[in-house]
Design a protein around this ligand. Structure first.
Ligand SMILES: Nc1nc2c(ncn2[C@@H]2O[C@H](COP(=O)(O)OP(=O)(O)OP(=O)(O)O)[C@@H](O)[C@H]2O)c(=O)[nH]1
Length: 300
């Protein structure tokens, strides 16, 4: 399994737990291997210092998390392969929660076939309830954490450990929400700032812009990703956005045929549901905003 990628060097962990650094065989092409990939290695797989193996095969992926930098960006990046859970990390404050980014992550998780988990951090700095309430109508599980010095040991991590156990979970979120802090608490000694990437570069600082996978104590993997500002969805058909808004999707059964549920729809059942108090207006607004921000393009 590939656990880190940095400047053409791929850090892999073998079935026996050996760390092997590899390059890719030329015929695989550039960018063919990402963190989370299961690969076939040949050559020097001793893992000894200075050794370099070669990746000659990438096993079929069970899932692929993609994103584009912007909604109109044709270049699609694969963030990780083979993750089965997306942990959407968002802080109560500092930085403020960004529901539109959360919604985008939910759409991306749905598209990739991953189970979403909401992780609300920095609960010591404010009340997580408003954010949790907003997402309560979805069936998305949520955990709350607070890792301040005054809350030692952080009891709340038990619940997160439970949700991550035995799974391959990718953490996504805006820069500064506390992903690295979480990883350091979840994987003792991981020293995220100098983590697996250090093995590759020999440098003291985490300089990679790609994801890094860390083995959880017990069973499972957690994959930390660099903080993101946006989650472009150029690769997702807007007709499927509604599927990630399961609270809204139920109501749209009553919509006229062909209704896109967007701002301009005269008879959309979402408006009736808001008027009747069954849906929060901000949830519908969130969905419509997302829909309108993503103009239709050829191939949708
Ligand atoms: N009060 C409080 N501060 C926290 C908590 N979690 C993280 N922080 C602080 O928030 C800041 C950002 O945390 P990081 O873990 O570096 O955030 P990140 O999401 O990894 O950020 P990027 O590396 O930019 O993606 C640090 O100063 C942490 O000490 C928390 O639960 N409570």
């Amino acid at each position: 399994m590939v656990i880190a990628v940095d400047r053409g060097r791929y850090t892999c962990v073998t079935g026996e737990g050996r760390i092997v650094v590899a390059m890719t065989a030329r015929e695989l092409g550039r960018g063919a291997v990402v963190v989370g990939d299961r690969v076939g290695l040949v050559g020097d797989v001793s893992g000894q210092e200075g050794s370099l193996a070669r990746i000659v095969r990438v096993e079929p992926r069970e899932s692929v998390l993609r994103r584009t930098a912007d909604d109109d960006d044709p270049i699609e990046r694969i963030v990780v392969a083979n993750a089965d859970q997306m942990v959407i990390v968002t802080s109560v404050t500092d930085p403020e929660p960004r529901p539109r980014l959360i919604d985008r992550c939910l759409v991306a998780a749905f598209d990739a076939g991953m189970d979403p988990l909401l992780c609300v951090t920095k609960a010591d700095l404010g009340d997580p309830a408003p954010l949790l309430d907003r997402y309560a109508p979805l069936d998305t599980p949520a955990v709350v954490t607070s890792l301040s010095d005054s809350d030692v040991p952080p009891r709340s991590l038990d619940e997160l450990h439970g949700e991550l156990h035995g799974r391959t979970s990718v953490l996504v979120g805006h820069s500064g929400v506390g992903k690295s802090t979480l990883v350091n608490a979840l994987v003792p000694g991981s020293d995220r700032a100098t983590g697996a990437v250090n093995v590759v570069t020999g440098r003291g600082r985490h300089t990679s812009t790609s994801a890094v996978a860390l083995r959880l104590p017990g069973e499972g993997w957690v994959i930390d990703t660099p903080g993101i500002r946006s989650f472009g969805l150029a690769h997702v058909d807007p007709d499927t956005f509604i599927d990630a808004f399961s609270d809204l999707a139920e109501e749209t059964d009553a919509c006229p045929r062909g209704c896109t549920h967007g701002y301009q729809e005269p008879e959309c059942a979402l408006d009736d549901a808001v008027a009747a108090g069954r849906l929060a207006p901000e949830r519908v607004e969130s969905f419509r905003r997302l829909l309108s921000s993503r103009e239709r393009q050829a191939g949708d």
